[in-house]
Ligand binder design. Structure first.
Ligand SMILES: [Zn+2]
Length: 68
């Protein structure tokens, strides 16, 4: 089961760098996704392809601003 971190844990998580929201792997290049169950989270590429294949990823609201 996934635990919901409190704000202090979140702040420490930010200080320590980036962790995948699913497997907790520390990763410099996390992908921001809109997960069907977890909401907007950052995950590593491994989890991304896994969740993508399961159809668990929704498109982020507003789409991509950077490549219009
Ligand atoms: Zn991961």
């Amino acid at each position: 089961m996934l635990e919901i971190p409190n704000s202090q844990q979140l702040a420490e998580g930010l200080k320590m760098g980036f962790k995948c929201a699913i497997c907790s792997k520390e990763e410099n290049s996390l992908l921001k996704v809109n997960h069907v169950k977890l909401g907007v989270i950052k995950i590593c590429e491994d989890c991304w392809s896994e969740e993508y294949n399961k159809g668990n990823l929704l498109s982020l609201k507003g789409g991509c601003d950077c490549c219009r």
